[in-house]
Design a protein around this ligand. Sequence first.
Ligand SMILES: [Zn+2]
Length: 119
Amino acid sequence: MKQELTIKHIPYGIASRIGDCIYVHTDLIKYPKLYNAILNHELEHTSGYCLKDLALDFRNKGLSGHKKDYWKFMFTTPSAWLQLSPLLMYDKKTTFDITLFLFYGLAMLSIGLLGLLLW
Ligand SMILES: [Zn+2]
């Protein structure tokens, strides 16, 4: 079944898929290869949120050939760092990023365990 997707350019974050809409940072257009890789990644996501999406984000192998462009984009685009916020507004709706939430949870757990080990 073919799905109709909308692509919207926004001035913050990197890229996110919410339902049938993909939000991409406007400045990513300056890096066409990276832009395509990111778009392909977002296209692989389901319109909802399931384990497949989680696995996709944790592996994230589609971007491996574009690390140089990625970091160049990140370091020249301060507004892209907003992607690291687990809560972001898209079309005036607050969206909760489960992957990031899990990631921060795991990071804090690791720091906690490390703290216990070094006690
Ligand atoms: Zn993703």
